[in-house]
Design a protein around this ligand. Sequence first.
Ligand code: FES
Length: 574
Amino acid sequence: MTTNDGRRSASWFGASGRSGMAYRSWMRSQGFTSEVFDGRPVIGIATTWSELAPCNVHLHRVAESVKRGVWQAGGFPLEFPAMALGETLLRPTAMLYRNLLAMEAEELIRANPLDGVVLLSGCDKTTPGLLMAASSTDLPAVMVTGGPKLNGKYQGTDVGSGTAVWRWEEDLLAGRMTQEECAFAEGCMSRSDGHCMTMGTASTMASMAEALGMQLPYSAAWPAVDARRYETAQRAGQVIVDLVEKDLRPSAIMTRAAFENAIRVNAAIGGSTNAVIHLLAIAGRLGVELSLDDFDALAGDVPTLVNLQPSGTYLMEDFCYAGGLPAVMRELGGLLHGDAITVTGKTVAENVADAPCWNREVIHSLGAPFQPAGTGTAVLRGNLAPDGAVIKQSAASAHLLKHRGRALVFDSPEAYHAVVADEDLDADENTVLVIRYCGPRGYPGMPEVSNVPLPKKLLLRGVRDMVRICDGRMSGTAYGTVVLHVAPEAAAGGPLALVRTGDWISLDVPARTLTLEVADDELERRRSQWQPPAPHASRGWTRLYTEHVQQASSGADLDFLVGASGHDVPRDSH
Ligand code: FES
């Protein structure tokens, strides 16, 4: 049997004696002929397919296309499951399990006879989770995201997943829509396979994977049901075999330059604030220096080019037909590091050199952007957020970006929801809603609860936005003047825990400040009375998570998972 001794899988399938027989014989129960053990690259296909993760439910078919490509290129493909995280079903929040997926996938990649891996993701957390695993193990890897759903269609108009739900909820509360109309509309919104088709977190992270160079050009935007999604998957199967031959690894692709590209692309596409946390976590696995402030500094001169919901009008299907991410990256030109290498083996500049734009309504030019530079994600600091907080300016109301108001404080989103319809709620349009204990440790898992709906009595008066401040996250499909990711979080003893109803808070986004107008000595007095909340769990994953999770400003990874592990097996029992 010919083996390539330099190849990782050869120490399994090229082995002689009893152990080699065991490695090969048990695999042959699947009907493989012996040629598959001839030293060809063994390619793992990590799939987050599950019927409990509806955005990823078609990934088993995408995997078949990847396998075609791997076989074509002379590799040996083996599909394996990794934890599927369905954003809509998992409680308390899928984010609680992103690091568990990353840890599971990391261990599976390392423990098995793999030379390279194709990562199949879709729903929000599955993309960063798998990228974190690939970063830590640093075996050649290509990502294939599952693609967005087709545009939702309701009463003759396009409706975006997630974004429409926020609006319908407000319409329901305000009596503009009935429960029956909502039930009908639900079906109109989700009418094909795929992840949310707004520029929410899933579309953002798919775009980030492409901007980082980890998935093939155009991969982020092909609709899930488009034949070219499957063509791209087949191509990815060919590409991973080539990457193994060249030994081109994630650490050589996801460099500081690649992260700078991703941050700038995120600003140009009006991407989700969740990209901040996920990119910080991925960079942490690679040892790439990246800070919260980089997101503000690098995005400051990048205008928003893409007119997609929730900040704009269109949806991912329109984005695809307009030219997708390559058209955006070509337009950004010199704002990107064109020499960054990608999984194609070519540079960013080479990949997008001829990328056309077919619709300037959807993908604007730098000369006539959709929104001017400086309207992307801003990083705020002040005595209320010493380690930072973020706000998505493009999803906020311009008149609230500088605002001073009295705090109305709730220790959980549930406490707020219990009174949201109360006619006597002491709130007006100037009130600053503070929702706390929603951070990584606090909830736990840092759920997307920050953009709580407005009080019913204000909605009925026609108020459509208010300042909200929270240590949790906001769905990438949501909008509003919402200050997020306040760090340190309340549960970690951050100043957010010390705010009281009636305190004055001033938000000044142009100055990048968030200030609690309470004297230091009074804050110290309150701190001395503050009691940390009781632990959420005495056992299991939630205990491990809450004891080790880092703050949002660092990416909310577990402290012991930061950094690379490599792909060497600690001990081989055979
Ligand atoms: Fe899965 Fe939005 S719920 S991508």
